[in-house]
Design a protein around this ligand. Structure first.
Ligand code: NAP
Length: 289
């Protein structure tokens, strides 16, 4: 689903992970509907190529590129400052960038990479852009999660795989963290005119799994052609993000989880308020917020 042409004229949106996959398709959909779109990429060459492609596909020149490595808290702070310098307000923030890492790797902040990119970046970029979102209110935050969250053995004492690391489990935990964050943030933002919702985009053929190095990848390479008919394309994957970003039906709707443009019930753990509160505190500590 793409919002109709012109329905987002005057709206300013920011999409992370827009150099490819679901994020790029989301940026195209938003630009096509007339929005001014800021995209975030960690690589200038890939980012410029994506910006040009989005502009051409959407027939809209109002697409700007910001560079940031979303695994790094310093880079996120610099990104938020650059965005605040450049944009007068923000109406839609789509936290979309994501990774799966087969091996446990720490970044320069000492954070495990999957947790850093998939959760801490959503958490801290949102915080650093809150003033800009308040200027844009009514404003919307869209967090791209996954049905994988149902398999998450989220252990606050092993948030960064210190005790045990398995790539797919770390990914699932980070996607559960997206939903816990959404629920907790929705409560905190009550009355501000900023809503926050999250979603599963479907099973979509993108580079996400391709980049997942290790045992799984060898298996996937073999079975991939057989699985292809079950995968959606990036445009289909962007449908729910676009719905949450733009649909007038969702005005005032907050703290919800969606699949295929419909509200869905996320796992019971994702509704655990104590867990959400403790994750929030730990995320504040790790991001120095
Ligand atoms: N594909 C699916 O079936 C599926 C299912 C459920 C949920 N999701 C979720 O959908 C979202 C988008 O995934 P996708 O499938 O579109 O994956 P993708 O094609 O691999 O795209 C991921 C995007 O994130 C960016 N990114 C990764 N690490 C980054 C970093 N450190 N700094 C800045 N940008 C970074 C990538 O940029 P580079 O080009 O620089 O790598 C890329 O643009 C993710 O949150 C994922 O968890 C996907």
């Amino acid at each position: 689903m793409t919002p109709d042409n012109g329905t987002m004229n005057g709206t300013i949106c920011l999409v992370t992970g827009a150099s490819r996959g679901i994020g790029k398709a989301t940026a195209i959909g938003l630009a096509r509907s007339g929005a001014r779109v800021a995209i975030v990429s960690r690589d200038r060459k890939r980012g410029e190529a994506a910006r040009n492609e989005i502009q051409n596909a959407a027939g809209n020149r109002s697409v700007e590129l910001f560079l940031a490595d979303l695994s790094s808290q310093e880079s996120i702070r610099n990104l938020a400052a650059a965005v605040a310098n450049r944009l007068p307000a923000l109406h839609v923030l789509v936290n979309n960038a994501g990774i799966i890492m087969a091996e446990r790797r720490l970044n320069a902040d000492g954070h495990e990479m999957t947790f850093a990119v998939n959760h801490l970046a959503y958490f801290s970029l949102t915080h650093h852009l809150l003033n800009l979102l308040k200027k844009g209110a009514p404003a919307r935050i869209v967090n791209v999660s996954s049905e994988a969250h149902r398999r998450a053995p989220l252990d606050l004492d092993n948030l960064q795989g210190e005790k045990l690391y398995r790539g797919l489990e770390a990914y699932a935990c980070s996607k559960l963290a997206n939903i816990l964050f959404t629920h907790h943030l929705a409560e905190r933002l009550a009355g501000t005119g900023i809503t926050v919702n999250c979603l599963h985009p479907g099973v979509i053929e993108t580079g996400l799994l391709e980049d997942y190095v290790g045992e799984m990848n060898r298996v996937i390479r073999w079975v991939r052609p057989l699985l292809r008919p079950f995968f959606g394309d990036a445009e289909t994957g962007a449908g729910c993000s676009l719905y949450l970003a733009a649909s007038p039906d969702l005005s005032g709707v907050t703290g919800k989880y969606f699949i295929r443009q419909r509200e869905a019930r996320s796992s019971s753990r994702s509704h655990d308020k104590v867990l959400a509160g403790r994750l929030w505190e730990e995320s504040c500590r790790l991001t120095a917020i």
